[in-house]
Write a protein that binds this ligand. Structure first.
Ligand code: SF4
Length: 449
């Protein structure tokens, strides 16, 4: 077991307070969250944000296709089996790359590019390289760190060559679980050999930071199932692990109706799984990163967590420090200090707008000074377990915070609110106290654990 660099957060038993976990809360990959997006924000905000951005910028490129659709998946993605649909999407994406790049002022530097989806390897390696070429020509790339999400089931040898030639050093594979009976239950059958082969291929291609996405709270999943998946993950040497609780919300994600709900672990069992997963991964040498990510100590994400530079954006916890994220592709979200907006989700309308040389932001939210201040508090609580909240919030929330302080889940020192090691699973719940939009619409969010 390594010495924990997480200020005592490793190896602590989490006290279980079901009353504090009863209310669904957002994941807070932004503040305000996507639930606050309205059509009052759109093209004019997008044009102004792109024209005004300067300095370091990150890009996110959305490829909304997968060879097979997993039943649990909430992503904006569809099957890649229709050539015409794929071709026309990629043509439109190229148009958006040209138009967006042309709006940036001198002085912008693209330091990171993330390809996500969907599964970017659902398109051909040839088409993928064409996107990289277009970005190279139309954006000011400054030796960017390039990352990609990959489906190991369709990761052929040709992708190894692409990863090496493009210089992709970070990759994430959707693993979810190694247990065949759970894979069948969630509609993602994926032999372990695919993971082993994909890992070898990516390592040989130069990937130095490899993430496995895993899930707990699956129908019929036992502690032993989860423990086995985590052991295999550690043995395969994943540099990063994202351990998400499965959120069964078929009223929001109709695909999930295919998943039998009668065998889902209850809240008690989910809490135990989250705790066991946390303990097992930290004992295996992983540094906890926020409440649901883990990274080996040499990885940049672990280093950001230890040094206090961890950030949170639509891709989750990140070491990315760029103040602006530009999303490209249907449904992509762009984040700037003063505004967040989302591209048109519908692929047909996305294509129609760009065919008229129009960008496609259709919803979003402007971030007031109060939003920005609350967002900084929430990001501090989730990324560093503490935030300076100021006397105003202390006075406003004293009673609500006292519930957590009295149970030893948080402490207040001067104007600083700190989440204790025992309070880590309640980080999202505590963060939600600073979210004034969060009084209703609980059905839109997931359990905090
Ligand atoms: S491969 Fe990934 S993005 Fe595609 S459906 Fe499955 S979980 Fe969703």
């Amino acid at each position: 077991m390594i010495e924990c660099a997480g200020r005592g957060y490793c190896g602590v038993m989490w006290p279980y307070h079901p009353d504090l976990l009863a209310r669904p809360v957002p994941r807070y990959t932004s503040f305000p969250t996507a639930a606050e997006f309205t059509s009052e924000v759109g093209l004019r905000d997008q044009e102004a944000a792109l024209a005004g951005v300067s300095g370091d910028v990150s890009l996110y490129i959305h490829i909304p296709f997968c060879q097979e659709i997993c039943w649990y998946c909430g992503c904006n993605t569809g099957r890649s089996n229709k050539v015409q649909r794929l071709t026309s999407y990629l043509e439109t994406l190229h148009r958006e790359i040209v138009l967006t790049g042309a709006r940036l002022q001198p002085g912008v530097r693209v330091r990171r590019i993330a390809f996500g989806g969907g599964s970017p390897n659902a398109i051909s390696p040839f088409d993928f390289v064409r996107i990289v070429d277009a970005l190279t020509v139309h954006f000011p790339l400054y030796d960017p760190v390039v990352s990609i999400e990959l489906d190991p089931r369709t990761l052929g040898a040709d992708w190894g060559a692409v990863v090496r030639c493009v210089g992709i050093t970070r990759a994430s594979m959707g693993v979810q679980t190694f247990a065949p009976h759970l894979q069948a239950a969630i509609g993602r059958v994926q032999p372990e050999d695919d993971i082993i082969r994909g890992t070898d291929l990516l390592r040989n291609a130069g990937v130095t930071s490899l993430n496995f996405d895993l899930m707990y709270g699956l129908p019929g999943q036992t502690d032993e199932d989860l423990g086995d998946s985590l052991s295999r993950t550690a043995r395969m040497g994943a540099d990063r692990v994202a351990l998400f609780g499965y959120a069964h919300v078929p009223h929001l994600i109709p695909r999930q109706k295919q998943i039998a709900a009668d065998n889902l672990p209850d809240q008690d069992a989910r809490f135990a799984m989250a705790q066991n997963g946390y303990r097992q991964l930290t004992e295996a040498g992983y540094q906890p990163v926020g409440f649901d990510h883990f990274a080996l100590p040499g990885d940049a994400l672990a280093q950001a967590a230890v040094s206090g530079h961890l950030r949170r954006n639509f891709q989750g916890f990140t070491e990315d420090q760029a103040p602006a994220l530009i999303g490209l592709g249907a449904s992509s979200i762009s984040q700037f200090d003063q505004v967040i907006f989302q591209n048109e989700k519908n692929a047909g309308r996305y294509r129609m707008l760009l065919s008229q040389d129009m960008l496609t932001a259709t919803v979003g939210v402007r971030r007031s000074a109060d939003d920005q201040q609350r967002g900084a508090i929430i990001e501090g609580l989730l990324c560093r377990n503490e935030a300076r909240i100021g006397m105003g919030h202390l006075a406003e929330l004293g009673g609500a915070l006292a519930v957590f302080v009295e149970r030893g889940l948080a402490e207040i020192e001067g104007e600083t609110l700190r989440i204790t090691p025992e309070g880590l699973p309640y980080a999202r719940t505590i963060s939600a106290l600073f979210d004034p939009y969060r009084q209703e619409s609980a059905r839109r969010f997931s359990s905090a654990v």
